[in-house]
Design a protein around this ligand. Structure first.
Ligand code: 5GP
Length: 196
């Protein structure tokens, strides 16, 4: 998605060889008009998959997920993060190791909002090592719902997320795939990584 790549180049800030800040339009300040285009693009890519629900993780995934749900005409559920979750029979829960915060959190979704009739599309802001995505996959498995795929706004292609998800046979669509953040420069993968 060229407009996204442009936005990353002009508004993103490379913090290190592995971390990019995209607070200006994605995960602190949100550009709603642009986010709507992102939602439409995900919706287009997953048209025909019979999606009944979009699942994301608070808080950074909510903006692109809501716009995707709007475009697909389906509800959006966001998994909640807790430092430590005591066992709760009304919740599906999983542990996720956070790449940016370097700590483990439990994430949880109420059993009221996901069940074995659902076909789920996971949407998230950034794919790094795939731990957030795997936590959501775990929750979908517990619910008995079908996972149709994962859409990420930005994929950091130099980290293992896509490979981890490929091993689970999961379709991954990213709208911009970064090859490198070395020397303070963003380089995109020249060829779009083919989805499965
Ligand atoms: P993963 O679980 O794939 O390792 O990391 C995914 C989550 O970590 C994303 O939802 C995102 O919030 C956060 N994250 C990972 N890498 C970056 C990054 O370079 N910049 C920002 N802003 N967040 C990141």
């Amino acid at each position: 998605m060229n407009s996204l790549k442009q936005k990353i180049l002009t508004e993103g800030k490379v913090l290190s060889d592995s971390v990019i800040k995209v607070d200006a339009f994605l995960n602190h300040q949100v550009d709603p008009t642009f986010m709507q285009l992102i939602g439409e693009e995900f919706s287009k890519r997953f048209t025909g998959s019979g999606i009944t629900k979009v699942l994301t993780l608070e808080s950074s995934g909510i903006a692109p997920a809501v716009m995707t749900g709007l475009s697909l005409g389906v509800p959006v559920v966001f998994a909640r993060k807790h430092k430590s979750l005591t066992l709760h029979e009304q919740l599906y829960s999983a542990e996720v190791y956070s790449y940016t915060k370097q700590e483990a959190n439990d994430i949880a979704v109420s059993k009221d909002y996901l069940d074995d009739h659902d076909r789920v599309l996971i949407i998230d802001d950034i794919l790094a090592n795939g731990q957030a995505a795997l936590g959501m996959v775990n929750i979908i498995d517990q619910s008995g719902a079908a996972l149709e795929g994962i859409g990420v706004v930005i994929e950091k292609g130099f980290q293992e997320g896509r490979e981890v998800l490929r091993k689970h046979d999961i379709r991954v669509e990213s709208l911009a795939a970064i090859e490198s953040l070395s020397d303070g420069q963003v380089t995109f993968q020249t060829k779009e990584v083919l989805s499965q």
